[in-house]
Design a protein around this ligand. Sequence first.
Ligand SMILES: *Cc1c(COP(=O)(O)O)cnc(C)c1O
Length: 373
Amino acid sequence: MKIKQYFRPTKAIIDLQAIKQNVINLKKHLQPNVQIIAVVKANAYGHGDLAVADAALKAGATMLAVATPDEALHIRAHFSEPDILVLGSSPVSFAPYAAQQRITLTVFSSEWVNEADEYVTNEENFLRLHIKVDSGMGRLGVRTEEELLNLYHGIHAAKNFQLDGIFTHFATADDEDNEYFESQAQFFERFVSLLPEKPRLVHASNTASSLIKDERLQFDAVRYGISMYGLSPSPYVKGLLPFALSPAFSLESELVHVKQLKAGESVGYGATFVAPTDMWVGTIPIGYADGVIRKLGGQEVLIDGQRMPLIGRICMDQCMVALPKTYAIGERVTLLGRQEQAEISVDEWANKLQTINYEVPCIITARVPRIYI
Ligand SMILES: *Cc1c(COP(=O)(O)O)cnc(C)c1O
């Protein structure tokens, strides 16, 4: 494979071995015959959809899931074999493409089925569908028995459709409180039992549910996302993990300029940082256009195995770091990941940004090349 050459030293390093190990560990944890659907939506949570899909399939996943039709097409263009499920809604106009490319769609309305039936005319290509049940997430899915049965019969009446699965999604699987979770589980189980015939794949569990909740909810398959990337769905789940997770995402750059400031000299837009004493300052070629957003001002980075703080405002393409001494140009800077014993975790950034770890690799923009090891 031709490797593209990058001249800027800023890159995201993706550890595919870590992803494989996380999938292998999950597989051991699941009941026998439960399949793993690897969730690679949003460019595999920012890690790179093609490389992650390949690693997950090699480690034992049997199906891929994405959020959008376009994500599915991108993966299908590179992988002809695996089943790909679009978890989100698809426009009716996508139905013939999905049939032709063997992409499985999520459905939750019989109107959609009736309209799409007009579009899918080639009888060689069945369109495979999974019914989505809204058991309490309030996002997508059938909510009443009537909607469910209308949809079920609509799919069976359509010329070229095949019901391949039924699924739901939990709103509180990563929570200690089990009450809402169980009410969703029972709602879904009841809906599955209403079907005249059970489709091939019944699935409900995301990472949190598959790791810490009742094994009966593994059904035929689990949809494994965040933990494949080595991150915990929540601090509560982190305390209960049945096996250690290996984080796959690191963010690295290098010092491209090092200088000494005199006391009283300033750094960055607005001249907000003023050197309290003579000090060494390094410039790192990464900024908010790369996803190192301005809210990360003051965040520490790793250089020479030690934590050092960003100073001044983060610029679009660069930021500055306070150094305890001079360093050579080209000195490695780790914004996320490990250097020797020190680590800056995705969770640390999530705390600083008052968000969840899921969001962190997703905000690292496409300008940052993903390099696979
Ligand atoms: C994103 C998503 C998942 C994966 O959830 P994780 O918590 O990352 O494991 C599973 N199912 C659906 C419907 C999703 O949208």
